[in-house]
Design a protein around this ligand. Structure first.
Ligand code: B3K
Ligand code: ZN
Length: 844
């Protein structure tokens, strides 16, 4: 595939005023007739007419009613066209049943569905498949199926057909079609201006009882966007469809969101608390795209963060409002470090707004999404809440109906505030995580913090000028009082000092409160100081951070030179666990051990080659020591965190169960699995049933429960995905690859289903010690299965390639094994452009 560059952007040669599509559905031979009204773009000189089209069989084509014979290649179609508006018509044939890539029109469990973002529409018909061509779509679907859906409002239906019209101009990537034997879970919503909207969640028969929660989440999202952003829904109907075979989580097609069934179906018996929270967030995310993504879309795919970063930011605000702000923030930062910092520190590092790509699907990354959202948060911190609200109003007013850029986005902030954001823009163009070091000085009542920033080189970017970094700081007195409340310091230089006057004693600083910027803070703080902040910081994020730093440092020290947790650390954990003034969800986070991947990342950043086996052993030792230290506290707290029946997925109850699960983990290390087995036997909800199963498996108990779980749930594909993952996640490192291999031979393994493939290989890649085991078995197994999956489903293959992205961190022997696996993938005949781009970047 050729490399595409942002700098080469040119506007489209032709614009589309309207498009009418007729689908005659058949699994092996669907016919698509298109009538596209084109008009030369006055802003463009070049008059070459080219329509993207891939894997299409052209039946006929006409211009203004006259048959033509266009020039057709495997990339698209070109022909002579009039120098004035004209009607292009064509009929093509496609085979949805053979479409295993799950891009374009495909079939999943007997239903037809589509996925067009980013460039899937070209597998449906010939079209200018680029986001800056926005048009009004009318769709007629003919097929012998009870439910026939597309975007917009329904305009007619009868036996075997349905017609839809979407009045809002949109790019082709937001097109959607669904047809199948589906059941609706209906509801209604009245918008802030009194408009009545019909809502439906469509599912396969048998899943009707798993829609209620998603529907509540949808209505809450619709209300929230009105209250928080003044954004109202704009069609008569909003449909969601659950699909079993889906490459990602969900898709924001206008008026017809299509979801991976794992991201919408929920019931207490089959979904965990974490599933409920995620489903609520994804429903909100896709709904919020209606304004940030659909009404205002992206000019080109380099601007992806324009819609994704902003929409992730908006869904995190929503979750904070619905649940606990600090708990959400801490969870987001854990995730950012695990996925985005990892990406930013390795061969896959790229700017939030990339400057080139071969396959855009490879750029739906933690950097574009989660770091993109962090940039919105920083911008809001820098300009303040009021200016943020004004800038957003201006953004919607100015760009509604347009395909916009990051320049447009920043301009609304500049115009609202009068600020020059050219330095801020570096956050969009420069990859890599800045490292910010800090030293302090106290003299005669004046306290000085001196910061230095430096961003390591990333692929293609050696030198990084300083960025503007908002650093939220508060100061505490030695007795724990806050002597200086949170202030945002704006760092703009490579090295910069900030002073605080009139202090009676040397304060203890709490730096980067709320994680005010996505940077790595390097500070040689003493163990006493961290313990002090853990006990006294008034900022809930930094209080958690102090504990996380102690936990990380301890494991790093033990991985380097042995030792054991000291009693001060163990007592501090006990104090937190027992502190009733703290929300249980927060306490559960405080007691969550750092991921082994994080320890590897931190050791590597500090110049030590991480040894995955040692890191695994340290994690086990520390967990055992903590469990023993907790003694009777664990069973007591376990009982105290009981939640009343019936199960409710609300944040308070979920928080209690999260803390209870931490206690169960400790108890199971000491009681032979008695408590977990009892919890398993008595559980009336998946959180506690699966939680108990995991606790048992992690200590090599639970053989009977494991078999019973499979028998109980073998009819439920989403629950069985969890079971597949659990067979791998709790193995010892030397057994992980073997366990994963065994699961690929299970009768229920199906590589063509992305959820099942990810259940197995996500669990393998997520087992740090197991995937990176010295035998290289993890690397080899994943390579085998990626090579096999690539011709079937390139997108899912390419995404899973990122498991290898840290390979150069490890010792020479492991590197040799990983390189062999990567080179084997690279040498595969006919490797997809998706996977070859990934393997090329990882090896470079
Ligand atoms: N916009 C889609 C992701 C599309 C991924 C294409 N490979 C879902 C989302 O971010 O909301
Ligand atoms: Zn999105």
């Amino acid at each position: 595939n050729p490399t595409i560059y942002l700098k080469d952007y040119t506007p489209p040669a032709y614009l589309v005023d309207s498009v009418a599509l007729t689908f005659r559905l058949a699994p092996k031979a669907t016919r698509v007739v298109s009538r596209i009204q084109f008009r030369p773009n006055p802003d463009h000189e070049n008059r070459d007419f080219f329509l993207e089209g891939e894997e299409l069989k052209l039946i006929w084509a006409k211009i203004d009613g006259v048959d033509i014979t266009p020039h057709v290649t495997d990339k698209g179609l070109s022909c002579e066209v009039p120098d004035a508006p004209f009607l292009f018509e064509a009929e093509v044939e496609i085979a949805p049943e053979d479409n295993t890539a799950l891009e374009g029109l495909y079939m999943s469990s007997g239903m037809y569905c589509t996925q067009c973002e980013a460039q899937g529409f070209r597998k449906i018909t010939y079209y200018p498949d680029r986001p800056d061509v926005m048009s009004v779509f009318s769709v007629r679907i003919e097929g012998d199926l009870p439910v026939l859906l597309s975007n917009g409002n329904p305009t007619g239906s009868g036996t075997g057909f349905a017609e839809w019209h979407d009045p809002w101009p949109k790019p082709a990537y937001l097109f959607a079609l669904v047809a199948g034997d589906l059941i609706a879970h209906p509801d209604r919503f009245t918008t802030m201006s009194g408009k009545d909207v019909a809502l439906n969640i469509y599912v396969r028969p048998g899943d009707e009882d798993k829609c209620a929660f998603g529907m509540e989440a949808l209505k809450a999202s619709m209300r929230w966007d009105e209250t928080a952003y003044g954004r109202e829904y704009d069609l008569d109907i909003f449909n969601i469809v659950a699909v079993d075979d889906f490459n990602m989580g969900a898709m924001e097609n206008k008026g017809l969101n299509i979801f991976n069934s794992s991201c919408v179906l929920a019931s207490p018996e089959t979904s965990t608390d974490a599933n409920f929270e995620r489903i609520e967030a994804i429903i909100a995310h896709e709904y919020f795209h209606n304004w940030t993504g659909n009404r205002i879309t992206c000019r080109d795919w380099f601007q992806l963060c324009l819609k994704e970063g902003l929409t992730v930011y908006r869904d995190s605000q929503f979750t904070s409002d619905m649940r606990s702000g600090p708990v959400k923030r801490i969870g987001d930062v854990i995730d950012l470090r695990a996925r985005q910092f990892r990406e930013d520190g390795g061969p896959l590092a790229h700017p939030v707004r990339p400057e080139s790509f071969q396959e855009i699907n490879n750029f739906y990354t933690a950097t574009v999404y989660e770091k993109g959202a962090e940039l919105i948060g920083m911008l809001k911190t820098l300009v303040g809440d009021d200016a943020y609200a004004k800038a957003l109003d201006l953004y919607f007013a100015r760009h509604d109906g347009e395909a916009a850029t990051i320049e447009d986005w920043l301009k609304v902030f500049e115009d609202t505030t009068g600020r020059d954001l050219s330095q801020f823009k570096r956050w969009y163009s420069d990859a890599g995580t800045p490292r910010v070091s800090v030293c302090e000085d106290f003299n005669d009542g004046t306290y000085t913090l001196t910061f230095k920033q430096q961003t390591p080189p990333t692929p293609g970017q050696d030198v990084k000028p300083p960025r503007v970094i908002p650093i939220a700081v508060g100061l505490l007195s030695p007795n724990g009082d806050e002597v200086h409340s949170t202030t945002v310091l704006e760092m703009t230089e490579t090295e910069q000092s900030f002073t605080f006057e009139g202090l009676g004693a040397r304060p203890i600083p709490s730096i980067l409160r709320g994680f005010s910027a996505p940077v790595i803070l390097e500070r040689d703080s003493s163990a006493e100081e961290r313990a002090f902040l853990l006990a006294h910081d008034t900022d809930p994020f930094n209080r958690w951070e102090a504990g996380a730093e102690i936990a990380r440092q301890l494991r790093m020290d033990m991985a380097r030179s042995g030792g054991a947790p000291d009693s001060a650390y163990l007592d501090a954990l006990l104090d937190i666990a027992r502190d009733d003034s703290l929300d249980p969800a927060y306490r559960a986070l405080m007691l969550q051990p750092p991921a082994q991947e994080d320890i590897a990342q931190a050791l590597h950043a500090n110049g030590t080659t991480p040894d995955p086996q040692t890191i695994y052993d340290v994690a086990e030792t520390v967990a055992q020591t903590i469990a023993e230290h907790f003694g009777n506290t664990a069973p007591r707290l376990y009982a105290e965190m009981d939640t009343p029946a019936p199960y409710s997925p609300d944040a308070d109850a979920a928080g209690k169960r999260a803390l209870q699960a931490r206690m169960l983990g400790m108890i199971t290390r000491l009681d032979g699995g008695k408590t977990a087995a009892a919890q398993y036997a008595g559980a009336d909800n998946m959180t506690q049933q699966y939680g108990a199963l995991c606790a048992l498996l992690s200590q090599d108990f639970g053989g009977d429960e494991n078999a019973a779980f499979y028998q109980q749930w073998k009819h439920d594909r989403l629950v069985i995905d969890k079971w597949f993952a659990a067979q791998i996640a709790f193995t010892a490192p030397e057994e992980t690859a073997e366990a994963a291999a065994r699961m690929t031979h299970h009768a229920d393994f199906n590589a063509k289903n992305p959820n099942r493939f990810r259940a197995v290989f996500g669990a393998l890649a997520g087992h740090h010690g197991g995937f990176h085991h010295a035998s290289g078995a993890g690397y080899a197994l994943l390579a085998d299965h990626l090579i096999a999956l690539d011709p079937v489903n390139p997108q899912t293959t390419a995404r899973m390639m990122s498991a290898f992205s840290t390979w150069t961190r490890y010792d020479a022997d492991r590197q040799t094994l990983a390189r062999a696996a990567l080179e084997r993938i690279a040498a595969t005949d006919g490797l997809s452009p998706d996977t070859s781009e990934m393997v090329g970047r990882i090896l470079s």
